[in-house]
Design a protein. Structure first.
Length: 60
């Protein structure tokens, strides 16, 4: 079941990270030059947080 949680989390992380990046670019008025690097930073922070939360909830 743990594999299902992480797979669903990865899908949600991808969609949310893309949405956040698009919102930031819309407010900025143009696309970032290093868009993939910024996307990586967003998904990294969100994934570490979410995976820690999943581990915490599974151990409880």
């Amino acid at each position: 079941m743990e594999m299902v949680y992480y797979t669903l989390a990865a899908i949600v992380l991808y969609v949310v990270s893309d949405w956040v990046l698009n919102q930031v670019e819309t407010r900025r008025g143009e696309r970032f030059d290093n868009r993939s690097l910024i996307f990586f930073a967003i998904i990294l922070v969100l994934s570490v947080s979410l995976f820690k939360l999943i581990q915490y909830l599974q151990s409880a």
